[in-house]
Each structure stands twice: as structure tokens, then as C-alpha cells.
Design a protein around this ligand. Structure first.
Ligand code: MG
Length: 256
């Protein structure tokens, strides 16, 4: 299903997105070595519930996902399960992927944080993954195609020799978390679905320091790189307006 949203619905999407901005700022200020991934999950849960919103990942899917956030550390690409036993160490990276529903409208976004003193090549991976999102964002406007976005992300990341995960993609969003169209992080210019005013999409590069291949772990959720090299992830919910993209989950004042 591709949903075309009204101006009023766009305003509701913005309200939902602001909650995730708050989650990301709290994570930025509080994540440090010695914390568990469960502690990070609790930060997000408390903020989302404090706004009377619903954590959209909690109990999602089969088996039901047991967290408010996906906490994916180092070689984990996405869908890591928050745990009291998983303690963050100096030099780790953690991606915090989180969703909220407010007044029936969804937001979905991710940041990857460096914990303490991270190796320069891994820090660069995190920074360039975020930069690749913004390369794709340039094409998140009416008349452009999903292939234009994917191509921009892929070209930027592969120029550094990084792997671009293909099995997982960005997506449409609105009253459901995952709607059509798929928004891959690879593609050909001029190909794919043509974007229209009123759509909302998530662009979410998942980028690896080594090869692009991934595997699911035995918990049926966590997805890891096959070669064990680190991966980074960055995502925002984006409204397609006639004036171009508007990110609901991004704080334009702070640039975060
Ligand atoms: Mg998403």
C-alpha cells in the first residue's frame, strides 16, 4: 500500500517524529561505557511513554520483538535485542533504531553512536553512513525515483570500499510502520518508484566496513555481518513535499 497523506496528516507525522528527536538527544547525552543495551532501551521507552505514544517495535513481528529499540552493537547490523547482560565497552558502536506511534501516525529513525574512544576507521564508517543518507535525501522529492536515492547512497559508500546491505531496505511509512514502496540503498538513476507529494518514506543506509553479506542469529532477530566487521545504520522519516524533503525525526536547529 502506498499512502498519500494530507497536510493535516503531515502535521501529525511531525508530532510523532519530535518524540524520536528527544530520544536521540537523550541517547547522545547518556550513552557511555558500562551501560547495558537494556539501559538504553529504557531511556527510549520512558520518553515515548511520557508522551503517551506507543513504542512501535515492542511486540512487533514473530517472535514478538522484546524491546522499544533495536540495539545493534558493532558487527550487528540491525534488529539487535536490548539486554541487561550486553554491556557497552569503550570503543563499541551502537545503533539505536526506534519507532513511535502518536495519534495513529508512525515515526521510524536510527542513529549510530560511538561509545568512548572508537577506532578512526569505525568512526569514519559511522560518519559516512550518515553522510550517505543525506546524499540520498537530495532525491527525496516529487518526480525523483527510489533508484535515484539508492544510487546516490550506494555510489557514496562504495567510493570508500564499504559494503551496502541489499537484503534490507528503507520503506514507505504513515499509519503503518512499513508501507510500499521499498527504498533500497542501491539502484540505478531513473529506475524504481516515482515519488509524489504526500508520500512519507524512510531512507536508511545500512553500511558495513567489510563485505556486504549478512546473516540472522539464533535469536531470530539480530542480523549481523557474516565477516564480523562493524556496520553502521542511519535513518529518518521523511515527508515528500512540493518544496522537497522534510525530516520529521531530525532536529534542524541542532543538526542532529
Ligand atoms: Mg525503518
Amino acid at each position: 500500500m502506498i499512502e498519500i497523506l494530507t497536510e493535516e496528516e503531515f502535521e501529525l507525522m511531525k508530532e510523532s517524529g519530535k518524540i524520536l528527536q528527544e530520544v536521540f538527544k537523550a541517547c547522545r547525552d547518556q550513552i557511555k561505557p558500562g551501560m547495558s543495551t537494556h539501559d538504553v532501551d529504557k531511556i527510549a521507552y520512558d520518553i515515548i511513554r511520557g508522551h503517551d505514544a506507543i513504542p512501535s517495535f515492542l511486540n512487533f513481528g514473530t517472535p514478538p520483538f522484546p524491546g522499544t529499540i533495536c540495539a545493534s552493537v558493532n558487527e550487528e547490523v540491525v534488529h539487535g535485542i536490548p539486554k541487561k547482560s550486553r554491556i557497552l565497552k569503550d570503543g563499541d558502536i551502537i545503533s539505536v533504531d526506534v519507532g513511535a506511534i502518536l495519534n495513529g501516525y508512525q515515526s521510524d529513525a536510527c542513529r549510530t553512536y560511538c561509545v568512548g574512544d572508537v577506532a578512526p576507521e569505525v568512526r569514519d564508517l559511522v560518519k559516512r553512513t550518515e553522510e550517505s543518507f543525506f546524499k540520498g535525501l537530495e532525491f527525496a522529492k516529487p518526480g525523483c525515483r527510489t533508484g535515484d536515492i539508492g544510487h546516490a547512497v550506494q555510489e557514496y559508500c562504495e567510493s570508500f570500499g564499504y559494503g551496502v546491505v541489499r537484503e534490507l531496505t528503507g520503506h514507505g511509512i504513515g499509519t503503518e510502520m512499513h508501507e510500499d514502496p521499498d527504498v533500497p540503498n542501491y539502484g540505478k538513476p531513473g529506475h524504481g518508484y516515482k515519488l509524489k507529494k504526500g508520500m512519507a518514506i524512510c531512507i536508511e543506509p545500512m553500511i558495513t566496513l567489510g563485505e556486504r553479506y549478512i546473516e540472522m542469529l539464533g535469536d531470530q532477530w539480530t542480523i549481523s555481518t557474516v565477516d564480523g566487521k562493524p556496520a553502521a545504520h542511519y535513518e529518518n522519516t521523511i515527508l515528500i513535499t512540493e518544496n522537497g524533503p522534510y525530516m520529521t525525526t531530525y532536529d534542524y536547529e541542532e543538526g542532529f
